[in-house]
Design a protein around this ligand. Structure first.
Ligand code: UDP
Length: 409
């Protein structure tokens, strides 16, 4: 059974109101030939992190189009997620000591899951490395399999990538979030941007009363600037670096810092990183470290909307959905120039990019002293997300790919 999020369905007409009838007509036309054909999506967590966030919205939207789509989560125990988190870090470029036992654990869990997952669907979409070896269950030439990679593969640790590539190269195609992540592969590669749902609880408009109430609950002062980073407590999100940047800014502005993060069942390092963050924060009453439940979309929405500036100081990043979420809310964003972030932050147009603690602090100070520029960046950012990173566009891209795969045999 999947630990599910309580997702609300949104009628297609509501998207038509926001994005125009044409957008929905295109979706309907692409969906029509795929009705009645089974589409299976598999990842490794139902809540927590960007992939679950997207699937939680993509599936109900596809169902609104009468598609037979199902989402299942790979089951694993602690030893599996320890291995896959180490793989994740290694694929993002971290040093890794290859231990044959780890590869065995990875393969054993994939094999166990093959017995229970419905891998005979006509289209199987596998998300990220954790379930990549499920491809072993594919009878040759029987159905279509694609691999959707959400992580930055530009400088992978080769011990892990060489192992993974043997599976990836047996798919019909691979989808990456940025052109820089493409690898030398024998299969076709596609650029697939992640996307946000403007009508989800994470992104809908909120009453100012609810926002104020949220701030009160977390003892955040409405009267002073609020800098916010929303992220799982993960070293690659550099929460400690955010605190260091805040400390520099604090010498010049009486501001507050909110670091809010929940966990994800497939990320075993959260508790340890949270400890490091608490140690770094010390006793500063203006640093609020909020441990959110893995599924708390309205709280995240309220915190993003209440922020003066949203920060995403990642050291590595697949895409960084939190950036698009903040831009959609017209927030000025200061973010690291890593992974998929520069697709979202066009420097000095939709936000500001930085490369270090000092750079992050510098850009925050600049925005705090130029509120009119900050507001303009937020406006431009909203438009950029509307044009490029919304869930309807993403579903269209999926449907086009499935139709294309279908014609190929
Ligand atoms: N998120 C959340 N609660 C948290 C931390 C993150 O709901 O405490 C959400 C965040 O709003 C975004 C997603 O999880 O939708 C994180 O996606 P992103 O691509 O930024 O990072 P990932 O966690 O996938 O590396």
């Amino acid at each position: 059974m999947k630990e599910t999020a309580a997702v609300s369905r949104v009628p297609l007409e509501n998207y038509a109101e926001l994005l125009g009838a044409g957008e929905i007509e295109e979706l309907r036309a692409l969906a029509k030939p795929l009705r009645g054909r089974r589409i299976e999506m598999i990842n490794s967590t139902a809540v927590g992190g960007g992939v679950a966030e997207i699937l939680n919205r993509l599936i109900p939207l596809a169902e609104e189009l009468d598609l037979s789509i199902q989402w299942d989560v790979l089951r694993g125990a602690e030893d599996f997620f320890d291995v896959t988190k180490a793989f994740h870090n290694a694929l993002h470029g971290e040093a890794y000591h290859a231990n044959p036992k780890n590869f065995e654990i990875f393969l054993a869990y994939n094999e166990q899951n093959r017995a229970t997952l419905p891998l005979d669907a006509e289209f199987v979409v596998i998300h990220d490395p954790q379930p990549a070896a499920l491809i072993d269950a594919r009878p040759a030439g029987s159905n279509h399999w694609v691999w959707r990679c959400h992580i930055d593969l530009s400088h992978p640790n080769l011990a892990v990538w060489d192992f993974l590539e043997k599976f990836v190269s047996r798919y019909d195609g691979a989808m990456f979030s940025s052109p820089q992540f493409a690898r030398q592969l024998s299969i076709p590669q596609y650029l697939f941007y992640p996307a946000i749902d403007p009508l989800s609880e994470k992104n809908i408009q909120l009453d100012s009363d609810f926002i104020d109430e949220t701030l009160r609950r977390y003892q955040i002062d409405v009267a002073r600037p609020i800098l916010t980073q929303i992220s799982r407590f993960d070293r690659l999100k550099d929460p400690v670096g955010v605190i260091r940047a805040y400390r520099i800014v604090k010498r010049y502005f009486d501001c507050q810092l909110v670091l809010a993060g929940g966990g994800a069942p497939d990320d075993p390092e959260g508790a340890l990183v949270l400890k490091e963050v608490l140690r770094e924060a010390g006793h500063d009453p203006d640093i609020k470290i909020l441990e959110l439940p893995a599924w708390a979309p309205l709280e995240v929405n309220a915190l993003q909307r209440a922020s003066t500036i949203v920060v995403q100081k990642s050291l590595r990043e697949g895409f960084g959905l939190t950036v698009s979420e903040a831009l959609w809310k017209k927030k000025p964003v200061v973010a690291s120039a890593v992974g998929g972030i520069p697709s979202q932050i066009i420097h000095k147009h939709t936000g500001l990019l930085a490369h270090s603690v000092e750079g992050t602090a510098y850009q925050i100070r600049f925005l705090l002293s130029h509120p009119e520029i900050a507001a303009k960046l937020g406006e431009n950012g909203h438009q950029h997300v509307k044009e490029n990173f919304l869930i309807t566009q993403k579903l269209k891209r999926y449907l086009s790919l499935l139709l294309m795969l279908d014609r190929r045999i």
